[in-house]
Design a protein around this ligand. Structure first.
Ligand SMILES: Cc1cc2nc3c(=O)[nH]c(=O)nc-3n(C[C@H](O)[C@H](O)[C@H](O)COP(=O)(O)O)c2cc1C
Length: 354
């Protein structure tokens, strides 16, 4: 199975299934001499982990990361950084009902048809448990990027949306509510809605907005590896993601050039930033901002009609402990993937000119 590595210089490879021995990863290309703040890695892991509040899955996974190589006395050695996260709270019996039955809109059908067999326990490799490895690598990438600020927040849950521009929001509010939105009032509304949806055995989607600030000019490698193209790939590789837009996004298509162009100031900054901090696939020093749309996850606790592996029509109902809405837990994943993209381009940019 190809497709388990991400990045060119700062490269992450992940392995493992949800209910196997462990998941883990190898980060190759992290320069030597970077002092690693293990607590900062743990903090990001805590933000992703299940069971952290009433509005996420009640699975209890400790998500303790063990580093096996590449860090000596707290400092990277320039060699591959290997790490594992052991799987300690698997309840595989919760998944026996999907052994031969396909959950509508999950990965059960496609994995079975592509590989001819699948580890169905907990969704196997298709489980979002894999994203814990991305959070570890992203937390290291953030440390390499030092001055770049990466802030993601929930900007919509179902139809409930934040209407404010990110510049009017106080990012310090994000970690103060379980939804991880930046407006405390709307947070309560979103939280109540997620609880209501969960009670009815259903799930709901949402949007995460992300802002990258203090990004140096020059990141991105045209023509195929443009900065926005890699950010798009990074975000669309996250489980349950259905859409990505940056800068003016789809809204920009309804504007005229005279409205949309970003006029320059003398110092090269721009008066407006419809470009979203990227022009020609290269960062221009302005804020980079983008939205990531997540679907309502597939495993619902209501009865649904589906098929089994022999093609018989059967009725199924979700079991086990699932997320009613994934956006609160997906915040550190979005930040991690953004950090991986920036770290890779930051290192690649050193090869650009003499
Ligand atoms: C943080 C996070 C948690 C998730 N939790 C669940 C879950 O509890 N149940 C579920 O069915 N899907 C969950 N998903 C989504 C599935 O992993 C995803 O829908 C599945 O792999 C199929 O892939 P696709 O939706 O991208 O096509 C979660 C996704 C994320 C990002």
């Amino acid at each position: 199975m190809a497709g388990n590595s991400f990045g060119t210089v700062f490269k992450l490879t992940t392995f493992g299934e949800s209910h196997g021995e462990a998941i883990g990863g190898v980060i190759d290309g992290c320069p030597a001499g970077l002092a690693i703040d293990i607590e900062a890695i743990r903090r990001d892991m805590q933000r992703r982990k299940p069971g952290q509040s009433e509005i996420v899955t009640q699975r209890k996974e400790e998500d303790e990361v063990e580093f096996l190589s590449g860090i000596f006395e707290g400092i990277t050695t320039g060699t591959p950084i290997g790490f594992v996260i052991r799987n300690t709270n698997q309840k595989s019996r919760d998944y026996s009902h999907i052994k031969d039955t396909y959950r509508p809109s999950h990965a059960d059908f496609t994995y079975d048809k592509k590989y001819g067999l699948r580890d169905y326990r907990g969704g196997g490799r298709s489980s979002a448990r894999e994203t814990a490895c991305r959070v570890v690598a992203g937390a290291i990438a953030k440390q390499l990027l030092k001055d770049i600020k990466i802030n993601a927040y929930v900007s919509a849950v179902g139809e409930i949306q934040l209407s404010k521009h990110y510049s009017e929001l106080d990012f310090s509010q994000i970690e103060k509510n379980p939804v991880r939105t930046a407006d405390p009032e709307i947070a309560k509304e979103m939280e109540a809605y997620i609880k209501e949806v969960r009670k009815s055995g259903d799930t709901v989607g949402g949007v995460i907005s992300c802002v990258l600030q203090n990004v140096p000019i020059g990141l991105g490698e045209p023509v195929f590896d443009k900065l926005h193209a890699e950010l798009g790939k990074a975000m669309l590789s996250i489980n349950a993601v259905k859409g990505f837009e940056y800068g003016s996004g789809f809204g920009g298509s309804r504007m005229k050039g005279s409205e949309h162009n970003d006029p320059f100031e003398k110092d090269g900054s721009t008066k407006t930033n419809f470009s979203g901090g990227i022009q020609g696939g290269i960062s221009n020093g302005e804020d980079i901002y983008f939205n990531v749309a997540f679907k309502p996850v597939a495993t619902i606790m209501q009865k649904q009609q589906t098929i089994d592996s022999d093609g018989n029509t059967v009725e199924m109902q979700g079991k086990g402990r699932h997320d009613p809405c994934v956006v609160p837990r997906a915040i550190p994943i979005v930040e991690a993937m953004a950090a991986l993209v920036l770290a890779d381009f930051f290192l690649l940019n050193r090869l650009t000119k003499l």
